[in-house]
Design a protein around this ligand. Structure first.
Ligand code: MTE
Ligand code: MO
Length: 172
């Protein structure tokens, strides 16, 4: 099987898993065919490498796309982000836990209650103002809260959860 064919196939498999949803029970996640962007470990129902979910950009692109415009604590003026909801990712992987530890390429980490993702449309953004976030600048993924929509999110207690250069989530 050519690489393009197997890439296409794993993409279709993931779409099927996402569409069929949790009712179907545990099914193996297809192996990533491209560079791994995000790894989810811990209490995840669907895994593909040992007991972790290793996700490439095609697999992440299969999640419903969301857009969010908000101020941030590190930029001037509102910015428009695109990506997928943290909630949709955890649902798609059948991940169940109380909190996630979000880990960044620069060794920063933050603990985030999963309740945040249920209460708010928290985005795992891969673009800002139409430009893909690169590892040099806040990429591959940036956790973005809908700060402008909820007064309580405009608070230092939430700012530290906006992990940029996100590459790993541990669900506990
Ligand atoms: N990858 C990464 N994400 C991060 C941080 C960091 O050092 N590295 N700092 C956090 C903290 S403590 C805050 S308050 C916000 C804003 O950080 P800044 O104001 O220091 O730029 O980003 C958060 N996300
Ligand atoms: Mo901070």
């Amino acid at each position: 099987m050519s690489q393009a064919t197997s890439k296409r196939l794993s993409f279709l498999l993931l779409c099927t898993l996402l569409l069929v949803g949790p009712a179907q029970g545990k099914s193996p996640l297809p192996a990533p065919s491209g560079e791994v962007v995000l790894t989810v470990s811990g209490e995840v129902g669907l895994t593909n490498v040992d007991d972790e979910a290793h996700l490439d950009s095609d697999m992440l692109a299969a999640l419903p796309r969301e857009r969010l415009t908000t101020h941030t604590s590190v930029t001037d003026g509102p910015q428009t982000f695109e990506g997928f909801l943290a909630r949709d990712l955890l649902d798609a992987l059948h991940a169940e836990g109380e909190r996630v530890t979000a880990m960044a390429l620069n060794d920063y980490l933050a603990e985030i209650p999963v309740a945040d993702f249920e209460r708010y449309d928290v985005l795992l953004a891969d673009t800002m103002n139409g430009e893909r976030l690169t590892r040099r600048d806040k990429g591959p993924l940036w956790i973005v809260y809908p700060r402008d929509d909820h007064d309580e999110l405009q608070d230092i207690r939430y700012d530290y959860r906006w992990v940029w250069q996100l590459y790993r989530l541990e669900v506990e």
